[in-house]
Design a protein around this ligand. Structure first.
Ligand code: NAP
Length: 497
């Protein structure tokens, strides 16, 4: 069950949101009365409530907004009990000051905004002994394994327990808690109105992660990155699972570089079936995972891991996705001449994406040139691929059949920038921009205006994700669902005029 926290300054807004949520099928809300400005009218908020409620009133030192006296706060909580609220949230230091009465269930809670303590079991035992119907522990995750310790605690507890790790690293506990026996998980009314770090909006919880359907049988997959919050992969993969009825959930795992080894070592404990890998881990994962083919070995980087029977296989779907995107453009061409694969190409940028694209093009016997603002990096890439490198300033000097941008230039919010000026574009060129936010970058727009054929980053993104889906699940993803999900997720990114 999802419990949605409502934190508004005015009573009528609280009641309106409560009604809206109940009408939308939400079965439990948390009324954050510390958000109310002025006198709190507990009776008014609980009378005729459209669905059950937890009453919470947090002090600032516990992450809340209560600015008045402690005595007044206790009066609010006691009144909620007298008025028959279904649950009342009592922090461990006041649990004994607010006695049990009537049918109201007691959630005894503890918050730590700095760390997840080493002795979670000891803390749990203390909270459970405070006449708790439910124990709630919310702590900051500083290490991905904090999530596992928290989920193990929830699973092993005799008293119903909600265990949440806060922050970006802790997001998986919000989705997987129910699967471990947590009586409910908390969500916010809006994605952007979070009351604790890492909280997720209820619509995302329900539609994106489908938390109520996550069980022990559900396959767990995700993306490892740092940062991870803006990754489009959860939107794309979860949309495919929902559309095809796959019992799987795809999560954002923020894994700092120094915790990568520990995270991969603990993969069986989640247990993980597969991972997308992105910045900064694409190369480092090869220290642990076995390259599944010579594409991975030659590129020296992986964007996909498959966990099977104690083995971790590494794949790179970026290279094939880039080349398949060009092939799809050529196949759609009408004239025979336009179906020919480019003979020469320049790759702008020398990072991970450049590496995959340059190797992919080279495998198709294209005469590849790479260029980057850091000449040494471009030279190193050229030497690994077996192609030429030119200085960044020299990128316009020779005509190329194909131009591929793998730098972030033109990406939101710098949408008025382009890595290749319009005056150097020619109608016979294929212009491929790997940037996907926005899809129609200034480079793509200029190229179309000049008459070039174009490939967008959305094309490549969808193809690399679809290839991952095939590797993890052995079936094709539902056509167009992933593309629609990327378009929806990037709809807010404005294109240049
Ligand atoms: P990366 O490893 O950080 O490499 C970025 C490259 O761009 C580096 O060579 C960097 O130069 C260069 N660069 C950055 N800012 C620049 C600037 N202002 N002027 C000139 N060069 C600049 O990142 P990555 O993994 O390759 O990803 C790069 C981009 O590719 C992403 O932003 C994303 O849009 C796109 N991408 C798309 C897909 C897809 O499926 N569509 C997949 C992967 C990546 P230095 O070496 O000097 O830092």
């Amino acid at each position: 069950m999802i419990c949605v926290s409502i934190g508004r300054g005015r009573h009528r807004h609280v009641m309106a949101e409560h009604k809206h949520l109940a009408d939308s099928g939400i079965e439990l809300v948390e009324l954050r009365l510390d958000y109310i400005q002025g006198e709190v009218q507990v009776k008014r908020l609980l009378r005729d409530r459209p669905c059950p409620a937890i009453v919470t009133c947090r002090r600032a030192s516990h992450g809340g907004r209560w600015g008045r006296s402690e005595e007044a706060r206790l009066v609010v909580l006691r009144t909620a009990i007298v008025e028959g609220a279904e649950y009342v949230d009592l922090e461990d230091d006041i649990a004994f000051q607010v006695p049990r009465y009537g049918k109201t269930k007691r959630i005894v809670s503890h918050h730590d905004f700095h760390r997840t303590p080493a002795d979670l079991a000891g803390l749990h035992e203390k909270l459970a002994s405070m006449d708790a119907d439910i124990v709630k522990i919310a702590t900051m995750a500083n290490h991905p394994d904090d999530n596992l310790r928290m989920l193990d605690l929830v699973r092993g507890s005799k008293v119903p327990t909600i265990g949440i790790c806060m922050g970006d690293i802790g997001v998986p506990t919000r989705v997987l808690g129910l699967r471990c026996g947590s009586p409910f998980t908390f969500a916010t009314f809006h994605d952007d109105r979070v009351m604790a770090p890492g909280q997720i909006g209820w619509k995302q919880m329900r539609q994106l992660y489908r938390v109520d359907a996550v069980t022990d049988a559900t396959k767990i997959l995700g993306v490892i990155a740092d940062p991870v919050a803006h990754s489009l992969s959860p939107a794309v993969h979860n949309a495919a699972y929902a559309a095809s009825g796959l019992d799987a959930v795809y999560l954002p795992f923020r894994v700092p570089a120094e915790h990568l080894d520990a995270f991969l070592a603990s993969a069986p404990r989640w247990p993980l079936s597969g991972l997308s890998v992105t910045i900064p881990h694409k190369e480092k994962v090869l220290a642990v995972a076995e390259p599944a083919d010579d594409i991975v070995t030659s590129i020296g980087a992986a964007n996909t891991l498959v966990f099977q029977g104690g083995r971790v296989a590494a794949y790179n779907t970026d290279a094939t996705a880039a080349i398949d995107s060009i092939d799809a453009l050529l196949q759609a061409a009408e004239g025979e001449a336009d179906k020919a694969f480019p003979k020469t190409a320049i790759v702008l940028g020398a990072g991970g994406a450049a590496r995959a694209v340059a190797f992919g093009l080279k495998r198709r016997h294209v005469d590849v040139t790479v260029t980057g603002r850091t000449a040494e990096r471009a030279k190193k890439l050229a030497s690994d691929v077996g192609c030429k490198a030119v200085e960044w300033q020299a990128r316009y000097r020779l005509p190329y059949d194909c131009i591929v941008n793998t730098t972030p230039i033109g990406m939101h919010p710098n949408i008025d920038e382009t890595p290749f000026d319009r005056e150097h574009l020619r109608p016979y060129m294929i212009v491929f921009d790997t940037v996907y936010n926005p899809e129609n970058t200034l480079l793509v727009k200029n190229a179309r205006a000049v008459g070039c054929r174009t490939v967008t980053g959305v094309e490549m993104f969808v193809r690399q994700a679809a290839d991952q889906h095939r590797l993890w699940h052995g079936v094709d993803p539902p056509p167009d669902v992933m593309r629609e999900a990327v378009k929806r997720a990037t709809a807010s990114y404005k294109s240049p005029d």
